[in-house]
Ligand binder design. Sequence first.
Ligand code: TYC
Length: 130
Amino acid sequence: MPADGPQMDDRCRPWQNADSSSIAKQSVRMPEIATKPRVKVKPQTERPKLYKVILVNDDFTPREFVVTVLKGEFKLSEDQAHRVMITAHRHGVCVVAVFTRDVAETKATRATDAGKAKGYPLLFTTEPEE
Ligand code: TYC
C-alpha cells in the first residue's frame, strides 16, 4: 500500500477517463441549466373536501320533532327547518347542509341520537360532495 493511503482504481474516476468518447465521461457532465425556474405559485392551502348531511324520511318520527332537531343541531330557522323536513317527507331525502367531514359526521350522529333518545327511527346520513 502507498504511503499516502489507499488509492482509487481509475475505473472509480470516470471524469478522469482518458477515453473522451466514453459514455461514462458524458454522463458526469453537469447540465448548463439545472432546472427551469417555476413561474406559477402553487397555493399553500387546499380547500377541504365537503360532506353533505342528508335527512332521511320515515313513517314514525313526528314532523314537529324533526323541525326541532333541525333547528337545534343545524341552526336552521323555523321556516328553513320546515322546508327541509317537508322535502324529505315528500321525496324521501333532503340535503340539510354541507360541512367538513368531521363536522358533518358529528352533527349527523348527534341529530340521529336525538331521535333515538325519544324512540324514533329518525336518520341523518353523510356523503361526500362530488
Ligand atoms: N314522515 C314523517 C311523518 O309523517 C315526518 C318526517 C319527515 C320524518 C322527515 C322524518 O326525515 C323525516 N310523521
